[in-house]
Design a protein around this ligand. Sequence first.
Ligand code: URA
Length: 185
Amino acid sequence: MNKSTQFNKLKKQILKINLPFQNTAHNLVLGRGNLNAQILLLGEAPGKNEDLQGLPFVGNAGKFLDQLLSSVNLTEADIFISNIAFYRPPKNRQPTKKELAEFLPFVKQLIQLIDPKIIVLLGRTPLSLFLPEQKISEVHGKAKKINWNNKELFILPLFHPAAALYMRNLKPVLEKDFKEIRKII
Ligand code: URA
């Protein structure tokens, strides 16, 4: 089965079950980009624009992310991007641990499907999934080799692009940290 068939199958499977925020969201936001990419980026959860379009990172944070990608000569063809929650939480609140745990088996399936060389974690929420003990302020920009479901891969925690838009002092840090992707790919 090719990746696009697998992706559609996963989508259908997810649509069939009851997941957090499904009743209030407009669309499932499972991801966009190249299913064969070596780079997988994971954010937290869809926002308003993402919910309406059914695509991740299409609002302001997404525009900034596109700039960051092009600053290291990457395009949508080089990446796949998704979130660790696939529906927009009401009023954009942060998903609880319990809610995230319900999405986790599908996040794992997505990672398995993409089979990336590096997972870029956008912000502290996706970081908490992989390295629950670590603080984003301490580990941002530091790629780490981990064992994920019996497979070695790199994870690179970064500040969330939306955080860098609110806190301008984080912007140059994120721009610098982004270059780390190129040391692996
Ligand atoms: N922020 C996220 O974490 N994910 C999106 O898809 C958009 C904004």
